[in-house]
Design a protein around this ligand. Structure first.
Ligand SMILES: *Cc1c(COP(=O)(O)O)cnc(C)c1O
Length: 393
């Protein structure tokens, strides 16, 4: 099994050894009978490193199936599922100690920023340096003897900045220091980008987005290759307990099987829409990694198989014009989140990034006239027509 389409359909979904069921059962049991003292049943491989099942927070068969699948899709050795993307983030942060330092890209996801600035910094004494990652030598210069993590999203949300993952991995691995490069791969999904192949230590997903893909499950995942890193995070997963339910894992596994089909279709729609918007008189500027106008168009092509299906654009005017446009959409739903089959539109300044201080938003270019679109898999004619009518109001 080497091609992505085959892996995402089959990984974790081997026919059940007892019944032959082609879909892993939703395993609701909270506890598992032990054959004899210390002798557990089943093998929750690879996540318990060969151990069987004992208690469902520690290991669950449905979760194990999803964890194997997401690991295979990311070309990693170990997958770990969490109750949300932020729970996955929190598990990584729980591996750090007071006075450890983190270098984080400046326009990281709003919720990640809120956790770092309002919980990890004041409550846990972790020091953060938020900075632009476009100059990797500046990131290297920011590394100190206490640096433990380099945290990046590529593309970022919502300004779709691309970072050179391979170069950042070289910084993390270059100094003989134990620094993990964490890549939040939510926007690309494992179909378009596999950061472990580029040298990252940890890949993070909000499974809530493209992997779930149907706006019906909140979940997160981490994938790693290194056994020592896996053991540390695995310990936190069990010790802190932010695990997803078996039903959530079933939904995520079901979603993952069509990821490539959905992404191909949404991405094709997105390129047509970005091209349409770029030519529209009411649009000031479009940011989409699939357009040659994107400042990192070439870099994007070297590390990802496609530009994805998220588009950011600046409508001419300000908050009023943005509000009128969003209110006038009929097919696009005005909502937060992204990565599902239905198309969504939102205002980051008012919605997803409202928790980011106004001054910080200003320096990142998250202005009031910025609109973020998550392109779904509806018919392109209908999507274009809806955008055209909303821009003409
Ligand atoms: C949504 C999102 C998260 C957080 O995930 P939740 O599942 O909402 O907790 C993290 N990173 C990115 C890029 C996201 O879009």
């Amino acid at each position: 099994m080497s091609s992505f389409a085959t892996v995402c359909v089959h990984a974790g979904s081997e026919p059940d050894a007892v019944t032959g069921a082609v879909v892993p059962p939703i395993s609701l049991a909270t506890t598992f009978a032990q054959a004899s003292l210390g002798n557990l049943c089943g093998v929750d491989s690879p996540n318990s490193i060969g151990r069987g099942f004992e208690y469902s927070r520690t290991g669950n068969p449905t979760r194990g199936a999803f964890e194997r699948a997401i690991a295979a899709c990311e070309q990693g050795a170990y997958g770990l599922a969490f109750a949300s993307g932020l729970a996955a983030t929190n598990a990584i942060m729980s591996c750090l100690a007071t006075h450890d330092e983190v270098i984080c890209i400046d326009d990281v996801y709003g919720g990640t920023q809120r956790m770092f600035r309002q919980i990890c910094a004041p409550n846990c004494g972790i020091k953060f340096t938020f900075m632009d990652f476009s100059d990797v030598s500046a990131v290297a210069a920011a590394v100190t003897s206490k640096t433990k993590l380099i945290w990046v999203e590529s593309p970022t949300n919502p300004t779709l900045k691309i970072s050179d993952i391979k170069a950042l991995a070289a910084v993390a691995r270059g100094g003989g220091q134990d620094i993990w490069l964490v890549v939040d791969n939510t926007f690309m999904s494992p179909y378009l980008q596999t950061p472990l192949d580029l040298g990252a230590h940890v890949v993070l997903h909000s499974v809530t987005k493209y992997i779930g893909g149907h706006s019906d499950v909140v979940m997160g995942a981490l994938v790693v290759n290194d056994e020592e890193i896996f053991k540390k995070i695995r310990f936190v997963q069990n010790a802190c307990g932010a695990v997803p339910s078996p039903f959530d894992c079933y939904l995520a596994l079901r979603g993952l099987k069509t990821l490539h089909v959905r992404m191909d279709y949404a991405q094709k729609n997105a390129l047509a829409i970005a091209t349409f918007l770029e030519a529209h008189a009411k649009v000031e500027r479009v940011v989409y990694p699939g357009l040659p106008s994107h400042p990192q168009y070439e870099l994007a092509k070297t590390q990802a198989k496609g530009p994805g299906a998220m588009i950011t654009f600046f409508i001419r005017g300000g908050i009023e014009e943005a509000g009128t446009f969003l209110k006038s959409l009929r097919l696009f739903t005005l909502a937060e989140s992204l990565g599902a089959v239905e198309s969504l539109a939102e205002s980051p300044a008012v919605m997803t990034h409202a928790s980011v201080p106004r001054e910080v938003r200003a320096t990142l270019g998250i202005s009031d006239n910025l609109i973020r679109l998550s392109i779904g898999i509806e018919a392109i004619e209908d999507l274009l027509q809806d955008l055209a009518q909303a821009l003409s109001v």
